[in-house]
Design a binder for this molecule. Structure first.
Ligand code: SAM
Length: 209
């Protein structure tokens, strides 16, 4: 079994490993943390290593998912937002953004984005029969290229407000990639009246605040 610190840290965990099952992937480790089945031993070793340092990791992942459910329910149900762009969407799990949004509005458009090809494979298979939900493979650190993706440009109406969701993903973006600048670019680009919803894992004990 490879050393988990080597498998995920060799490239700081930033390049998606996709179909390479000899290395842990962010999406599969997160799936394992949520108790999902789309993960391998190498991912579970990383999950368990993280749990030694952060024993409430699984609770945090579930709190994060429940936050996503609440925010989508609020935006689709109370605010009337009918376009959702979910960046760093991960592997499909229980109650995904489109399921919640489309409970309130069956024609709500949802586009998921992830840079891990495995997420795109799973996502496209799940969404085959849902004409209002699509998956785009793109890197969120390149906002202009991402927003120009055909799946996004074709599905989301740039003249109406949308919800831009980044749930548990920004902490994966290195400072070198300027996450604040990336977010500024998205906020400038999305239509007036849009909503931006972010969760960000943070260790209050790490002294960075
Ligand atoms: C912790 S998971 C969160 C999944 C989901 N948003 C949730 O909260 O349940 C983070 C996801 O972000 C994706 N990701 C990481 N860096 C990314 C990037 N630069 N561009 C797009 N997706 C990225 C990973 O592949 C992974 O699927």
């Amino acid at each position: 079994m490879p050393d988990p610190s080597e498998t995920i840290a060799a490239d700081h965990g930033r390049t998606p490993v996709g179909l390479d099952t000899s290395r842990a992937s962010i999406a599969r480790v997160y799936d394992a943390t949520l108790g999902g089945k789309d993960n391998y031993e190498v991912d579970r070793v990383v999950r368990d290593t993280v749990a030694e340092i952060a024993p409430r990791q699984s609770d945090v992942a579930w709190m994060n998912r429940r936050w996503l459910h609440r925010v989508v329910r609020y935006l689709a149900g109370c605010v009337g937002i009918d376009q959702f762009l979910d960046l760093g969407a991960g592997l499909p799990t229980v109650c995904n953004t489109h399921e919640i949004a489309q409970q309130h509005n069956p024609t709500a458009q949802v586009v998921y984005v992830d840079n891990d090809p495995l997420c795109a494979l799973h996502g496209r298979a799940l969404l085959e029969r849902n004409e209002h939900t699509h998956f785009a493979s793109a890197d969120l650190t390149e906002p202009d290229a991402l927003l120009a993706c055909p799946e996004i440009a074709a599905q989301l109406d740039p003249s109406r407000p949308l919800a831009l969701i980044l749930c548990g993903v920004l902490h994966h973006i290195d400072d070198d990639a300027d996450p604040a600048g990336v977010m500024r670019r998205y906020i400038d680009a999305i239509p007036v009246g849009s909503y931006v919803a972010i969760t960000h894992f943070w260790d209050p004990a790490d002294g960075s605040a």
